[in-house]
Ligand binder design. Structure first.
Ligand code: NAD
Ligand code: IPM
Ligand code: MN
Length: 355
């Protein structure tokens, strides 16, 4: 029977609380569906930075390359500046492993009530496809004359034809496999930002390669309004690194809570392992209290199993999440419930065993 080796990086804060829950839930479906998971744990985190001066060892990327996938919690903790922790771990992983497609599904799950009154699960079911290695998150730029009256900060947004075309291809191919076959592009092309007319040209070119896929395009500002007022319009939404980041926090808020939002950093060619991490961060405000919602981590584990080819196991995990959420006493506080992390986990594991 099949075995998969997973590099696990719980990271900081609630990452260390929810990742073990995702591992146990994945183990439970693996036993049921006849495959094995071998976990190798890496302590790369802000805690490690404070001890060693590095977020990960110098050959860190080489160490995780040998694994079938990476399962990551969250990176960032007060006391270590975010630019140090993020450029020291999360961003290099995404870039050096060329995980250029950041796939972030948004679905209104059974049992969760959307803050938008009277929405049903079939009305909120879309995927944000975020360009994940270039765009606004560029390394070109810096700060000058720090601390003086002449202080300046500049950063060039870098959009390459290769980079934009491949994320368009990913989004359109994903849409092709879905019922609605629709792609909406997030833009800001009203002449203010130079890079976005280029993004739009490449969107037009992609439309020609995928004539069977329907499309729409919205300026990012009104798009945020449409996410709230018309979430049912969306199927696949493709956006640049920064626009995709913003939309993929807004989407889960519309579908209940950031505490359920999963994400996959995909290297579609399979040249490198892909990395699976919840959308949320380390949540310093609730870390250590045992109350973090583990659903995002479990749903993220389902995306990982799906990616590894264990599609049935992934469906079992997703179904178990929804069964657990249908019982009010199994919902965590961010969803208006009273459950702690343990109670939520117990409900998910019960549901797996009942399936
Ligand atoms: P955050 O996602 O950590 O928290 C935002 C809010 O959502 C907080 O009130 C938090 O309590 C709540 N929340 C988040 N996840 C939850 C869960 N599973 N259950 C219940 N409530 C949850 O975002 P932030 O506060 O902007 O960032 C905190 C730190 O995390 C920063 O250092 C930031 O850079 C980092 N961060 C890392 C990642 C990542 O590693 N992928 C993502 C986002 C933020
Ligand atoms: C995310 C996070 C990261 C991002 C931060 C922590 C750098 O917000 O994964 O969405 O912006 O990519
Ligand atoms: Mn984000």
């Amino acid at each position: 029977h099949k075995r998969y080796s997973i590099a696990t990086i719980p990271g900081d804060g609630i990452g260390k609380e929810v990742i073990p829950v995702g591992q146990r839930a994945a183990e439970a479906v693996a036993a049921k569906h006849g495959f094995a998971l071998e976990w190798t744990r890496f302590d790369w985190s802000c805690e490690r930075y404070e001890k060693t001066g590095r977020m990960m060892p110098e050959d860190g990327i080489e160490q995780v390359k040998a694994h079938d996938a990476i399962y990551l919690g969250a990176v960032g903790w007060p006391g270590v500046p975010d630019h140090v922790s993020l450029w020291g771990l999360l961003i290099p992983l995404r870039r050096e492993l060329d995980q250029y497609a950041n796939v972030r599904p948004v679905r209104l799950l059974r049992g969760v009530s959307s803050p938008l009154a009277n929405r049903r699960p079939e009305e909120i079911d879309f995927i944000v496809v975020r360009e994940n290695v270039e765009g606004e998150y560029s390394e070109i730029g810096g700060r000058l004359y720090r601390g003086t009256a002449d202080e300046v900060a500049v950063q060039e947004a870098v959009f390459t034809r290769r980079g934009v075309d491949r994320i368009m291809d990913y989004a359109f191919t994903l849409a092709r496999g879905r019922k609605r076959k629709h792609v909406a592009s997030a833009t800001k092309s009203n002449g203010i930002v130079h890079t976005m007319p280029f993004w739009d040209e490449r969107f037009e070119a992609a439309k020609k390669r995928f004539p069977d896929v329907e499309t729409a395009q919205y300026h990012i500002d009104i798009l945020t309004a449409h996410f709230v007022q018309h979430p049912d319009w969306f199927d696949v939404v493709v956006g640049s690194n920064l626009f995709g980041d913003i939309l993929s926090d807004l989407g889960p808020a519309v579908a209940g809570s950031i505490g359920i939002a999963p994400a996959a950093n995909i290297n579609p060619e399979g040249a490198y392992p892909s990395m699976f991490e919840p959308v949320h961060g380390s949540a310093p405000d609730i870390a250590g209290q045992g109350i973090a919602n583990p659903v995002a981590a479990v749903w993220t584990a389902a995306m990982m199993l799906d990616h590894l080819g264990e599609v049935q196991a992934a469906r079992t995990l997703e179904e178990a999440i929804e069964i657990s959420l249908e019982r009010p006493q199994s919902r965590t506080r961010d969803l208006g419930g009273t459950a702690d992390t343990k109670a939520s986990e117990a409900a998910i594991l019960d549901a797996i065993h009942s399936l």
